[in-house]
Design a protein around this ligand. Structure first.
Ligand SMILES: NC(=O)CC[C@H](N)C(=O)O
Length: 189
């Protein structure tokens, strides 16, 4: 994973947390850059799409001209929470079209009002110890296509998947200081 360049979509959401987490995971070997335009994405090996508000992010992605640039991006995508909604092929919200990059069907805010926010020790495929996962108004996947590997689920549904170089998570690994998933992602680039 030497010398990788990671872009973090910097239009809305918890951008600085993602930048800090990837800087820590790279440990000085590589660089992390904010992505606001298609030109910023050029030369990146990966793009992180942070949590935030997916309806707003979808609008800002379209306005910045990044929609097509992300759809044709050859690197790995690390999508969390609202990012998970955005990369999906299908969502239960007709207000915007997701990017259609990872073959998953998404239910937004899937855990209901009483559980807007919760934390859970989650078993994840490939990790020896459970991952302390922080969920904030999280989506979940109700279905995953044939090319998609399910890495983790709760009683309600799928919360972590991989698809080629992409890693897609309902929760927020950029909060909490556990960088195992960042490292797994970077190693596969
Ligand atoms: N923390 C988050 O990213 C929440 C995502 C939000 N519920 C959405 O669908 O946009």
């Amino acid at each position: 994973m030497a010398g990788k360049k990671v872009g973090v979509l910097a239009l809305q959401g918890d951008v600085s947390e993602h930048i800090r987490a990837f800087e820590a995971a790279l440990g000085g070997d590589g660089e992390v850059v904010p992505v606001r335009t298609p030109a910023d994405l050029e030369g990146c090996d990966a793009l992180a799409i942070p949590g935030g508000e997916s309806t707003t992010l979808a609008r800002l992605i379209a306005e910045s001209g990044l929609r097509e640039a992300i759809q044709t991006f050859k690197g790995g995508i690390f999508a969390t929470c609202a990012g998970m909604v955005l990369v999906a092929t299908e969502i239960n919200d007709s207000r915007f079209e997701p990017l259609g990059i990872v073959d998953i069907t998404i239910e937004r805010n899937a855990f209901g009002r009483q559980r807007e926010s919760f934390e859970a020790g989650l078993a994840i495929e490939g990790l020896d110890e459970p991952f302390h996962a922080i969920f904030i108004r999280a989506p979940m996947a109700t279905a995953a296509g044939p090319g998609v590997e399910v890495l983790g689920r709760t009683e309600q549904g799928i919360v972590a998947v991989r698809c080629g170089k992409h890693m897609v998570l309902s929760f927020h690994p950029e909060l909490g200081g556990d960088l195992r998933l960042h490292r797994t992602f970077l190693e596969a680039l």
